[in-house]
Ligand binder design. Structure first.
Ligand code: FAD
Length: 358
């Protein structure tokens, strides 16, 4: 099969790149290794509020179950003291069921003319004279797709040896990942839908744990392991454990995550291939979608001008963008921003426009 753009991965970054490129009149193919868009899911489904989110949301709101986010609290679990209490100033955005959100994006992409193939796993990039010209897959029905530009949107996997970047890493820490398990919990006590709780403590078992109470009776939270969740739940010496005491998961999914979360990879484009979303080191649903938008626009221009080296413009565009300066890094917020308040206030000002990019 031949097309203008082949996208590896049907997450938000890949789907938005695909939809944008199709809207621009390009012939786009998306390949997704799983049998469903949006699953397995390991994400709290928080769409950070900014111009992009609110514009998108006006289009898809009716198709989604959602909860507006109205508050974020940073709490010391041992004393119960609230260290930061950030009320809604327009930064919050929404909680959505992530799997349904992704499927909505897939629907929009398909309606724009994208061809989406599920259960097709990309196994390697095809290179000619050092330049990527498409992908090979493990599927008998679609063994290869050739394209003018390849967009790698394979998520966190891109950082690992299984990914396609063959990373030119600045340091080992750039690609260091840790694992955890995310749960949808029922019966979490004394939480209010739409109010995010972040627990800060010296104790590593409590540090950085967060509660994301959605409006339909579930709270999302992640832990270092299933055992760690049950251990934390059985403790009686802190507020978080008290809230978890009667809770049980109805959905669990393991996940890898980057230690250097929030820091983009230094290599975000190579000959013939652009990395978007988590594959370029950009965390966050909305941030990832914006990288997809930039990639599609840059690819369209390069294809139109018949100079595929033009895709290197993506690197310049991204580094000048608001999402690069204000990354989504729900871990290590204080390291990056100093305070949660600074983070949310700066995030809500994120604009998609970048000088020189139509
Ligand atoms: C515990 C946790 C909670 C989070 N909570 C939030 C949150 O509340 N809000 C937020 O904004 N962000 C959150 N994030 C981050 C967010 O989930 C990611 O930044 C986002 O999913 C990245 O989107 P993406 O499209 O880049 O990659 P992904 O969503 O990971 O999509 C990549 C896609 O590529 C496919 N793929 C991979 N390899 C191949 C292959 N070889 N062939 C074909 N397909 C392939 C995968 O199956 C997948 O569908 C969270 C992350 C974690 C780990």
């Amino acid at each position: 099969m031949k097309c203008d753009i082949v996208v590896i991965g049907a997450g938000p970054a890949g789907l938005w790149a695909a939809k944008t490129a199709a809207d621009e009149g390009l012939d786009v193919v998306v390949l997704e290794e799983h049998v469903a868009v949006g699953l397995p899911k390991h994400c709290s489904g928080w769409l950070l509020g900014c111009e992009f989110t609110y514009k998108l949301f006006t289009e898809i709101k009716d198709a989604l179950i959602h909860q507006r986010i109205s508050r974020m609290m940073v709490i010391d679990p041992l004393s119960g003291q609230v260290k930061e209490d950030i009320e809604d100033t327009g930064w919050g955005g929404y909680f959505v069921r992530r799997e349904l959100f992704d499927r909505e994006l897939a629907k929009l992409a398909l309606m724009a003319g994208v061809k989406l193939f599920l259960n097709v796993k990309v196994k390697e990039l095809i290179k000619e004279d050092g330049c990527v010209v498409g992908v090979k897959t493990t599927s008998d029905s679609l063994p290869e797709v050739r394209a003018k530009v390849t967009i790698s949107a394979d998520g966190m996997k891109s950082a690992t040896t299984k990914g396609f970047a063959k990373r030119e890493i600045a340091s080992e820490s750039e690609v260091e990942v840790y694992s955890g398990v995310q749960m949808e919990l029922v019966n979490v006590r004394e939480v209010t839908p739409g109010q995010i709780e972040i627990y800060e403590a010296e104790d590593p078992k409590l540090a950085g744990r967060s509660l994301y109470p959605h409006g339909w009776g579930i709270t999302l939270a992640s832990f270092s392991s299933i055992t760690a969740f049950f251990e934390l739940r059985s403790r009686r010496d802190n507020l978080l454990s008290q809230k978890l005491a009667s809770s049980f998961p109805i959905y669990m999914s393991g996940f890898p995550n980057r230690r250097e979360m929030g820091y983009f990879y230094h290599c975000m484009v190579k000959d013939g291939v652009i990395f978007v979303g988590e594959a370029c080191g950009c965390s966050g649903i909305i941030h990832g979608m914006i990288t997809g938008l930039y990639a599609a626009k840059v690819a369209k221009r390069a294809i139109e001008q018949g100079d595929l080296k033009g895709i290197y413009e993506y690197d310049r565009v991204l580094r000048r963008s608001d999402i690069y300066r204000n990354p989504f890094c729900y871990r290590d917020i204080r390291k990056f921003y100093g305070s949660y308040r600074t983070w949310v206030e700066r995030s809500k000002e994120i604009k998609m426009e970048v000088e020189g990019l139509r």
